[in-house]
Design a protein around this ligand. Structure first.
Ligand code: NDP
Ligand code: 2IT
Length: 448
C-alpha cells in the first residue's frame, strides 16, 4: 500500500489506464513502493511529472508476423517492441519468443529494463520485444522464416544508435543469427543492431555466459559483504535449464558450490551428487530436449513432474532462473523452513511480491532481478562498444569487465539502501540507484 500521495495517484492512474496488464502493474507497484522515501524527499520530481512519464513508454508497436510452416500453411503470430525510455542511451533490451507473450509481459520487462540498464552504468535506455511464437517443436526452417518475417517489420523501428534488441526466453544464438541476416538484407548495413550475435559476425566472447556468471558474481558480493561468507561449499538450487540457468550452474560450480537441482517448465531434476552440466548442455543446447532425460542418463538422479516442487528441496542458496512469478509465497515458506540463506534472481521478476517480502522479513538475503541479472545486458553493452571500435576483446577482458560491473552494481545498491535508512534492503537500493540516474537525465532533457 503506497503512502506517498504522488506515487499513489500515479499508480492508481496506471491501474486505470492499463486494464488486464497484471505483470506490468506488479512491476510498477514494486518499483513505486521502493521509491517512497526517495521521491518524498524530491518534490521537483512531481512538478516535472517524472513518474507519469516513466510508466508511459515512449512508444510501442505491435504487428502481424505471417510465416509459412513446413507443410506450406500460413501461420500468424503477433510481434511487439516497446521502447520505454531513451533518457540515458539508445533503447536496449531482449526479445522473447514464448506462447505466453502479451502486452503486459512485454511492458513489465521493458519497464524493469530501464532501471536495470541504468544500474550497469553504461549508456543504455530500456526496451523489450517479442512474440507469442513458440519455437519448441519447430524446424530450423520454420524458425528462420518466422525470424525473417518478424524482422521485416521490426527493422524500420530499430538501429545501432536507436534500438538494439538481443535474446531472452526462446531467443538464443540461432534466432539472433536469422534476425541479423534479415536486417542486413533489408538495410544493407553491417552494424551492431543486435547483441548476442555469433562470434564470426560481431558477437562478443562471454555474452553467452554473462547473465549466469554475473548472477554468481553478484551473489558472491552479497555473501561477502552482508554475511562475511562465500559460495564455496554451499548447496544450491537453480531453477530453469536455459541460457541463464546453465551458466549460473557453471560459475556456481567453479566457485565451489554444489548445485543439486534444475528444472524446465514441466518438472525438475534432483541430483544429490551434484548436477553434471555436460549432460544438461547436451540435452538442452544440442538436442533441445526435456530436462527429464537427465534422470534417464545419470544414475542417482530423480525427475519430478511439476517445476514448482524444486523449492521444496533444502538448500543454502536458491537462484530462480526460469521465468516471472515462478517462486510464490508457498515456495518461499518452504525455502525458509528449510533454512535458505540467500535468494538471488537470475530470471526477471521470478519472485512474487509476497515471496520477496517473506524472504526479507525472515532474514534471507535477497538480490532482486534488476541488479542480480544485469550482467547479460551489461555484456551486450560491451558487445556494442566492441562493434563501435571494430575490435574484439578476449574472453578474459570481457569477463573482467563484467565482474567489475557486477561488483559496482552491488555497491551502488548497498549504498542507496543505506542512504534510505534500510541497510541490506537491495530491492530498495537497486530501485533507487537505477531510478535516480534516469530521473536526473529526464530533468535535464526537458519535457517530452
Ligand atoms: P531460455 O529460453 O534459454 O530458458 C528458459 C528456461 O525457463 C527454460 O528452462 C524454460 O523451460 C523455463 N521456462 C520458460 N517459461 C517457463 C514457464 N512459464 N514456467 C516454467 N519454466 C519456464 O531463456 P533464458 O535462460 O535466456 O531466460 C530465463 C530468464 O532469465 C527469463 O526470465 C529472462 O527474462 C531472464 N533473463 C535473461 C537474460 C539473457 O541474457 N538471456 C538476461 C537477463 C534476464 P522450457 O524449456 O520447458 O520452456
Ligand atoms: O532481461 C534482459 O536483461 C535480457 N534479456 C538481456 C537484454 C540484452 O539486451 O542483452
Amino acid at each position: 500500500m503506497l503512502k506517498n500521495a504522488y506515487l499513489k495517484r500515479v499508480y492508481d492512474d496506471t491501474v486505470q489506464n492499463n486494464p488486464a496488464q497484471p505483470e506490468f502493474l506488479q512491476a510498477v507497484g514494486e518499483v513505486f513502493e521502493s521509491l517512497e522515501t526517495y521521491v518524498a524527499a524530491r518534490p521537483e520530481l512531481e512538478k516535472a511529472g517524472i513518474m507519469e512519464r516513466l510508466v508511459e513508454p515512449d512508444r510501442m508497436v505491435t504487428f502481424r508476423v505471417a510465416w509459412e510452416d513446413d507443410q506450406g500453411r500460413v501461420r500468424v503470430n503477433r510481434g511487439y517492441r516497446v521502447q520505454f525510455s531513451s533518457a540515458i542511451g539508445p533503447y536496449k533490451g531482449g526479445l522473447r519468443f514464448h506462447p505466453s507473450v502479451n502486452a503486459s509481459i512485454i511492458k513489465f520487462l521493458g519497464f524493469e529494463q530501464v532501471f536495470k540498464n541504468s544500474l550497469t552504468s553504461l549508456p543504455l535506455g530500456g526496451a523489450k520485444g517479442g512474440s507469442n511464437f513458440d519455437p519448441k517443436g519447430k524446424s530450423d526452417g520454420e524458425v528462420m522464416r518466422f525470424c525473417q518475417s518478424f524482422m521485416t517489420e521490426l527493422h524500420r523501428h530499430i538501429g545501432a544508435r536507436c534500438d538494439v534488441p538481443a535474446g531472452d526466453i526462446g531467443v538464443g544464438g540461432r534466432e539472433i543469427g536469422f534476425l541479423f541476416g534479415q536486417y542486413k538484407r533489408l538495410q544493407n548495413q553491417f552494424n551492431g543492431v543486435l547483441t548476442g550475435k555469433g562470434l564470426r559476425f560481431g558477437g562478443s566472447l562471454a555474452r553467452t555466459e554473462a547473465t549466469g556468471y554475473g548472477l554468481l558474481y553478484f551473489t558472491q558480493e552479497m555473501l561477502r559483504h552482508l554475511k562475511n561468507d562465500s559460495v564455496a561449499g554451499k548447496t544450491i538450487v537453480i531453477s530453469g535449464s536455459g541460457n541463464v540457468a546453465i551458466y549460473a550452474v557453471e560459475k556456481a560450480q567453479a566457485l565451489g558450490g554444489k548445485v543439486i537441482a534444475m528444472s524446465d517448465s514441466q518438472g525438475y531434476i534432483h541430483d544429490p551428487a551434484g548436477i553434471r552440466l555436460d549432460v544438461v548442455k547436451q540435452i538442452k543446447e544440442v538436442e533441445r530436449g526435456r530436462i527429464r532425460t537427465y534422470a534417464e542418463r545419470v544414475s542417482g538422479a530423480e525427475y519430478h513432474e511439476g517445476c514448482r516442487g524444486i523449492w521444496s528441496l533444502p538448500c543454502d542458496l536458491a537462484l530462480p532462473c526460469a521465468t516471472q512469478n515462478e517462486l510464490d509465497l508457498e515456495g518461499a515458506k518452504l525455502l525458509v523452513a528449510n533454512g535458505v540463506q540467500l535468494v538471488a534472481e537470475g530470471a526477471n521478476m521470478p519472485s512474487t511480491a509476497e515471496a520477496a517480502s517473506y524472504f526479507q522479513a525472515n532474514g534471507v538475503l535477497f538480490g532482486p532481478a534488476k541488479a542480480a541479472n544485469a550482467g547479460g545486458v551489461a555484456t551486450s553493452g560491451l558487445e556494442m562498444s566492441q562493434n563501435s571500435i571494430r575490435r574484439n576483446w578476449s574472453f578474459e577482458e570481457v569477463d573482467a569487465k563484467l565482474h567489475d560491473i557486477m561488483v559496482n552494481i552491488f555497491r551502488q545498491a548497498a549504498e542507496a539502501a543505506e542512504a534510505c535508512g534500510v541497510p541490506g534492503d537491495l530491492i530498495v537500493g537497486a530501485n533507487v540507484a537505477g531510478f535516480r540516474k534516469v530521473a536526473d537525465a529526464m530533468l535535464s532533457e526537458g519535457v517530452y
